[in-house]
Design a protein around this ligand. Structure first.
Ligand code: GLU
Length: 317
């Protein structure tokens, strides 16, 4: 199976920027004969009722998917297995650093020049068992992947990994020892998303371009994990789509007002005003240079190479 997906986090109502990305994920998948899947990324920051609300919002845009939505909170067994497999290979280590420790290490006079900005400098990578027992009493451990060890180069030298994005071209980054499980026991986004995409047969990832910088490490982990698990590693197609900004040039957010379907009178007490829903969808499709009359017409006209590459500034409907 070949599939694309939309993977919202149920932190609140979707706004026009999220809905535009959802439309794009659907168009990319449908136009390449892929199934469309919906995955609820509810490992943290969940707002009660948001999942049900988001499903209605996506329906109001006329979007449909080819399998029942899955929820990450139902899939921790899969993440446990993935972590165990990595751990068996000696690729996981405990990290006791706080954000502050990491920021301080990064601003030290001689930071490791091979590391990208914000990368984890490897402070806890080579602690002795005695040091670990001591640190465990001070702070619960997060778990990190030893990227250099997994890739085989000299200790501490993270592998450079390149992906090609349909809209951004080649994107390359050094993979650092990123967190795979946080110190509150929650699986990290970068692990969950990779495991889910592989398990669900997702070979097309369409999402906002704010996530572009996470992509080399996710793709690297996907390849590593598919080698270890024997699950076929699809050659994933990536498209990181431009965001919607407010008039000040900041990422659209709920506080910008009149940006959710409820604000815009499309959804009232779970009932959808079809006419308004069409008008909002038309506006979103037209902002992508597509005909707004129907999803079918937009699909017919859809051409990734003609998509706008700049963010869309939302100035009201
Ligand atoms: N759940 C993420 C979000 O809502 C998207 C993750 C992804 O598409 O990989 O921002």
């Amino acid at each position: 199976m070949s599939a694309g997906r939309y993977a919202p986090s149920p932190t609140g109502q979707l706004h026009l920027g999220n809905l535009r990305t959802a439309l794009l994920a659907w168009l990319f998948a449908r136009s390449t004969d892929r199934e469309v899947l919906l995955r609820i990324e509810d490992l943290d920051r969940v707002r009660s009722g948001a999942e049900a609300q988001q499903l209605i919002e996506l329906q109001a845009m006329g979007l449909s998917w080819d399998a029942p939505p899955v929820r990450q909170s139902d899939r921790t067994g899969l993440y446990d297995q993935a972590l165990a497999l990595l751990d068996e290979q000696g690729l996981i280590y405990e990290c006791y650093c706080s954000r502050k420790d990491i920021a301080e290490a990064a601003s030290a006079p001689h930071p490791d020049p091979s590391l990208p900005p914000g990368a984890y400098p490897g402070t806890c990578r080579n602690l002795t068992e005695t040091e670990r027992s001591q640190r465990r009493t001070e702070r619960p451990a997060a778990l990190r992947i030893d990227a250099a060890r997994a890739a085989g180069p000299a200790a501490g030298t993270g592998p450079v990994h390149e992906v090609t994005d349909l809209l951004h071209g080649p994107v390359s980054a050094t993979v650092d020892d990123f967190v795979v499980r946080r110190n509150d026991g929650t699986y990290a986004y970068n692990l969950a998303v990779v495991v889910d995409d592989l398990h669900q047969g997702v070979d097309q990832v369409v999402r906002g371009d704010d996530l572009l910088t996470s992509t080399p490490r996710q793709d690297w982990l996907a390849q590593l994990w598919s080698r270890l698990s024997g699950l076929p590693g699809p050659a994933t197609e990536y498209a990181h789509v431009p965001l919607v900004l407010n008039e000040e040039g900041q990422r659209l957010a709920k506080r910008d007002g009149s940006v959710t379907l409820e604000d815009l009178g499309v959804i009232n007490d779970d009932a959808i005003d079809t006419e308004r829903a069409h008008a909002v969808r038309a506006k979103l499709l037209e902002s992508l240079g597509l005909p707004g009359d129907s999803l079918e017409a937009a699909l017919e006209a859809f051409d990734p190479s003609a998509l706008p590459r700049e963010p869309w500034i939302f100035r009201g409907l």
